[in-house]
Design a protein around this ligand. Structure first.
Ligand code: NAD
Length: 254
């Protein structure tokens, strides 16, 4: 899929990886509806990037807000050719113990945002994309989700996060197989550790140690490197149903 004049929804677009993806799409001449619960950051980004980018406040866990966001994108741009699911949260809590055990509420909230929110936006977007005219190669749309290496390599304190991201990885192939008949692809990226506000809460020494543990290039990932993979996936129609690690060969010890 060529990106110029195509219309993409990006969730979590106000910050980190989603903001980098929004910036990349704008640079490529695509149009973006950014979706986030944090409108302040989103509107600042939209003001910087111009008319091709606008923001809509929506919680990805809400069916009604997802429907409204898609209706807004259709009204403003007339089409939906792609979705990049970046909205997510990463609470760190232990399964048991005195320092903040996972309550069911916290576990459920993590799964609701990271997994159910991803699925909610995927199915609502796919329902809109099936009405698009197929391109020359039969493609109607592309959906890119964000899992995490925690889906395969979860650490202590990541039980809820890893479970939610494992779900995102697992839904990729069945969704791709189901949507193939409509010419809609589904691909998931599993990032390692990236320099975003989600990581900024960690002490610098911990961030440096994590960066040094990446075999190559021995540093944290940059959001623009994530966005570059999104661009590559959009352009390569053969990439489908895959979960791609983007982690510099990082394999975390337990
Ligand atoms: P971030 O915190 O910088 O950005 C996440 C954005 O999602 C925020 O703008 C937030 O407001 C938004 N958001 C949260 N809940 C929402 C909801 N219910 N509805 C709509 N928007 C919501 O985080 P990031 O580092 O850019 O992470 C983006 C994605 O990448 C997340 O899914 C995260 O789990 C995943 N990821 C990040 C890393 C990393 O190292 N940064 C590694 C692996 C996976």
């Amino acid at each position: 899929m060529q990106l110029k004049d195509r219309v993409f929804l990006v969730t979590g677009a106000g910050s980190g990886l989603g903001a980098a993806v929004t910036r990349m799409f704008a640079d490529e001449g695509a149009k973006v509806l950014g979706i986030d619960i944090n409108m302040e950051a989103g509107e600042k980004l939209a003001a910087e990037l111009g008319d091709a980018v606008c923001f809509h406040k929506a919680d990805v866990t809400s069916e009604a807000e997802g429907v409204a966001a898609i209706a807004y994108a259709k009204a403003r741009y007339g089409h939906i050719h792609g979705l990049v699911n970046c909205a997510g949260v990463a609470p760190g809590e232990k399964v048991v113990g005195r320092d903040g055990p996972h309550g069911l509420d916290s576990f459920g909230r993590t799964v609701a945002i990271n997994l159910i929110g991803t699925f909610n936006m995927l199915r609502l977007s796919a329902s809109a994309m099936v009405n698009e005219e197929p391109g020359p190669d039969g493609e109607r749309g592309v959906i890119i989700n964000t899992a995490s290496v925690a889906a395969f390599d979860g650490q202590i304190g990541q039980a809820a996060y890893a479970a939610s991201k494992g779900g995102v990885a697992a839904l990729t192939l069945p969704a791709a197989r189901e949507l193939a008949r409509y010419g809609i692809r589904v691909v998931t990226i599993a990032p390692g550790i990236f320099e975003t506000p989600m990581m900024a809460g960690m002490p610098q020494a911990v961030q440096d140690a994590l960066g040094a543990s990446v075999p190559f290039p021995s540093r944290l990932g940059r959001p623009a490197e994530y966005a570059a993979l999104v661009r590559h996936i959009c352009r390569n129609v053969m990439l489908n149903g895959e979960v791609i690690r983007l982690d510099g060969a990082l394999r975390m010890p337990p």
